[in-house]
Design a protein around this ligand. Structure first.
Ligand SMILES: Cc1ncc(COP(=O)(O)O)c(C=O)c1O
Length: 351
């Protein structure tokens, strides 16, 4: 079946259908044969595509289309539904979102569909935990966001973001604990959303999922999180609570949105930053306050682990009681002590 052009791509606007009718190439710009430049037929149809520019000519007949194309369109209700109930938060009177400093209810927040933050996941984000409306470690999150943005050559206004945080929380800080999502897109938009905290289990199971970090995005908390989200979904499909990301060579990294710690002979260990895990704010807090050592960790090492836990700004510390088939205590002494010290330190800093 002939491949069809990805109409999203600028290259296609000046593209020609090659002689064999199976490849589209941009004018004077041969694309590598191995690249996946074509829309997936299962999800995209182009029933009446006509080149709109006179510069585009067909040199062979267009790919044959099936006589009848069935589009499966979700119901308007489904389209309108919020992505998750964590977003259904606040009310019109209490703003829960901010776009470029303008406050609004989350349901009213809009950005143009042309923003490349949406189209390509080109942008950066942070998740800050709100404790009874008070943000923890805002400066550290903004500093990491600035580093992430610099790494992907995205200009951002950190001062503007800090003011946005203050204004939004002054206008609508929730009384209960919550999450504050910060995003900056390639389109230059500063987006803040107050969300419900996810419900974290008291202890959890992890399935190892093979994953290779993208070198160019080293240390970057980018909007391109589809692989992380998919890893979690694959783990949940198998009946686990979350994924543990492991490289094809067997190096244990982290969870899709949390850092990983494990214990062997009462020593607290965590995979090193050199293995391209995120420089997590909670991981750093634990290494500073509780101690612990960065150690290259293989999947086989975990067969001999005494305890394990996940950490993040939103969850603090969650014990892990199984990794694949390896059973672990849900309430190990090092995990419990770490959770207590982290909670105490955060509350002390908040004052
Ligand atoms: C891949 C990844 N690792 C670790 C973490 C934990 O980072 P932090 O402690 O800064 O929230 C996150 C947080 O979202 C993450 O996305």
């Amino acid at each position: 079946m002939a491949a069809r052009p990805n109409l999203d791509s600028g290259a296609v606007r000046s593209a020609q259908l090659a002689d064999d009718g199976s490849r589209w190439r941009s004018r004077g710009n041969k694309l590598p044969e191995s690249g996946n430049y074509f829309a997936n037929e299962a999800t995209h149809t182009f029933p009446s595509f006509r080149p709109s520019s006179p510069r585009i000519r067909r040199r062979s007949p267009a790919p044959t289309l099936p006589a009848r194309i069935e589009l499966r369109v979700p119901s308007p209700d489904r389209l309108r539904r919020e992505p998750a109930d964590r977003l259904a938060f606040g009310s019109v009177e209490t703003p829960t979102a901010s776009i470029d400093g303008e406050l609004m209810a989350t349901a009213e927040a809009r950005i143009p569909v042309t923003d490349e933050g949406l189209q390509r996941g080109d942008g950066v984000f942070e998740m800050i935990r709100l404790y009874a409306g008070r943000p923890y470690a805002t400066d550290r999150h903004l500093a990491r966001m600035a580093r992430s943005a610099e790494s992907i050559q995205l200009p951002i206004d950190v001062g503007g973001l800090a003011r946005d945080v203050d204004r939004l929380l002054a206008a609508g800080a929730p009384a209960e604990d919550a999450a504050l999502r910060l995003m900056v897109t390639r389109g230059g938009r500063r987006i803040l959303i107050i969300e419900k905290l996810p419900s974290f289990p008291t202890s959890m199971t992890l399935a190892c999922v093979t994953y290779s970090p993208v070198r160019l995005l080293d240390g970057v908390k980018s909007l391109s999180y589809a692989a992380n989200v998919l890893a979690g979904r694959l783990a949940r499909e198998q009946g686990f609570d979350d994924a543990l990301l492991v490289t094809p060579h067997g190096r244990v990294l982290e969870a899709p949105t949390s850092s990983f710690f494990w214990v062997k002979d009462a020593e607290l260990l965590t995979p090193p930053l050199e293995d391209r895990v995120l420089d997590s704010i909670t991981r750093r807090l634990i290494l500073d306050v509780v101690g612990g050592r960065e150690a290259i960790t293989t999947r086989d090492d975990l067969d001999r682990a005494d305890e394990a836990f996940l950490v993040s700004s939103l969850r603090e510390v969650t014990p892990v009681h199984r990794i694949d088939t390896v059973e672990l205590p849900a309430d190990g002494p090092v995990t419990r002590a770490t959770a207590q010290e982290v909670a105490a330190r955060i509350r002390a800093e908040l004052g």
